[in-house]
Design a binder for this molecule. Structure first.
Ligand code: SAM
Length: 204
């Protein structure tokens, strides 16, 4: 998969654009600023946005090309981001360190989902927040009709509401909904898709 993403990111264009995800923008503005982690951060659009509005942004991704593009985007915007290259299994941060974690299109195989979210959520402080937007299992119908909307073609990588309740069972659910949205994110997320949006507060 690392090769797949390096190849995808190897063009000059920012494949999901330079604008942050709109749900992230809407929700992040409601929270008190602090340190935020962006797992699977790609080309940096979301961490750069967070830094621009006063958060201290951290991110990681398995793709070193993504990191390079993210750092260029940060420079272009005169902000800093702390970006590591590695996969979820290799990455380490201190426990109870972040005030928020934003999972924006972080899709994992089902055999890893539970452990990966458990590991990453351990880096979040108690009373810290998760902001989450990923494609739902129903999205397969959408991307088979319109490939431009993007997203995994594999049901296993997609999410259901029940999965979110299971992986985030130590969270208070502030918002949890499966919804049809229009995506206009670069050339790779374009059109109507079905996503799960979730905001939660870590209780223990
Ligand atoms: C659809 S892109 C989303 C990028 C970014 N979050 C955004 O919204 O612009 C998915 C990203 O997840 C990364 N990724 C997938 N699985 C990963 C893993 N196990 N560890 C680290 N990165 C991963 C890929 O390299 C890719 O950059």
């Amino acid at each position: 998969m690392k090769e797949f993403w390096d190849e995808r990111y190897s063009s000059e264009e920012y494949i999901y654009g330079k604008e942050a995800n709109s749900f992230l923008k809407q929700e992040l503005k409601k929270l008190e600023k602090g340190k935020i982690l962006f797992p699977c951060e790609g080309e940096g659009r979301n961490s750069v946005f967070a830094s621009k509005i006063g958060w201290i942004s951290y991110g990681f991704d398995q793709s070193h090309i993504a990191k390079q593009k993210a750092e260029n985007l940060a420079k272009e915007n005169n902000v800093e981001i702390d970006y590591k290259v590695g996969n979820v299994e290799e990455i380490e941060y201190p426990e109870n360190y972040f005030d928020a974690i934003a999972y924006i299109y972080s899709h994992f195989p089902s055999e890893n989902k539970k452990n990966y979210f458990k590991k990453l959520n351990s880096y979040l402080k108690i009373n810290g927040y998760v902001i989450f937007e990923c494609f739902s299992k129903k999205h397969l119908e959408y991307n088979s009709k319109n490939p431009s909307v993007g997203g995994p073609r594999d049901l296993d990588l997609l999410f259901s509401i029940d999965e979110i309740k299971e992986y985030f069972d130590n969270f208070n659910f502030i918002y949890l909904n499966e919804e049809e949205i229009e995506l206009k994110e670069g050339n790779f997320h374009n059109g109507i898709g079905m996503v799960i949006r979730f905001v939660g507060k870590k209780m223990f």
